[in-house]
Write a protein that binds this ligand. Structure first.
Ligand code: DGL
Length: 266
């Protein structure tokens, strides 16, 4: 047993979709969350910048004695995971592998679609991971940069959002995909319109729940799950204004966010 907290970071609020699943799957675990809201978005930045930001975020979480770091950002996971794994001795869990594994399990026709930020698509991280797990699969990727501001603005349905989703997703459905990975932590909020745009036959993989399962497996293997002895005191940190994070973040987390503090290391 190990009652130290789990550290989770994202470029902003998106990683709260992962936190939501962690709260559900691992109710005894205490979470320290960091949203790098001063430097969001990561999805359009260079690899070098994303690696630097990711190391600084992980360094910050290490101050809390975290037992594992979850990189709850697809862009950061696709670019910085290996650097973080070399630098830190605790387990580092990304969001790419769990989503890729689930998609490989679900596809019937071996055609998997992936939607993500431009940087994640450019990195081909999902494609490489899917091919590593199972060589035969065909992967079709598309960047959907407008989905991030739409999710943050709360434009989760309605004609404009649906039209944008249709435009982004048409090239993928035209290739006959039967499974679609939501390769960005913001996208689960738009799952409804995305499902409508791709049609009922395409299965949607929201990797947040797979990530929570992966965390449980890693902690269980290391005999590091928290005991039920105390009520977890979750903490949230941001690198920019607290109010905006709370307003948007409560929608992502699906509950009230308390104890948010601004940090000044950036
Ligand atoms: N959280 C990021 C991701 O999952 C999306 C937002 C951003 O571009 O920073 O890729």
């Amino acid at each position: 047993m190990n009652n130290r907290p789990i550290g989770i970071f994202d470029s902003g609020v998106g990683g709260l979709t992962v936190v939501k699943e962690v709260f559900k799957a691992l109710p005894n675990e205490e979470v320290v969350y960091l949203g790098d809201t001063a430097r969001v978005p990561y999805g359009t930045k260079s690899d070098r910048t994303i690696r630097r930001f990711s190391i600084e975020n992980a360094d910050f979480l290490m101050r809390f004695g975290v037992k594992v770091i979850v990189v709850a950002c697809n862009t950061s996971s696709s670019i910085a995971l290996s650097v973080l794994r070399k630098r830190f001795r605790i387990p580092i869990i990304g969001v790419i592998e769990p989503g890729a594994k689930k998609a490989v399990k679900l596809t019937g026709n071996n055609r998997i679609g992936v939607i993500a930020t431009p940087t994640t698509v450019k990195s081909r991280a999902y494609e490489k991971e899917i091919k590593r797990i199972s060589g035969k699969k065909k992967v079709v990727s598309g960047a959907c940069p407008l989905f991030v501001p739409l999710a943050e603005e709360g434009w989760l349905d309605g004609k404009i959002t649906l039209d944008i989703a249709r435009k982004y997703l048409r090239p993928l459905t035209a290739k006959g995909i039967d499974t679609l990975v939501l390769g960005c932590t913001h996208y689960p909020l738009l799952k409804g319109v995305i499902a409508q745009a791709v049609g009922g036959r395409v299965r949607i993989v929201d990797s947040a729940s797979s990530v929570a399962e992966e965390i449980r497996d890693v902690l269980r293997k290391g005999d590091a799950l928290s005991g039920p002895s105390k009520k977890p005191q979750h903490r949230f940190f941001v690198t920019d204004a607290v109010e905006q994070f709370v307003r948007v973040g409560e929608r992502f987390l699906g509950r009230e966010i308390k104890k948010v503090r601004r940090v000044h290391y950036v």
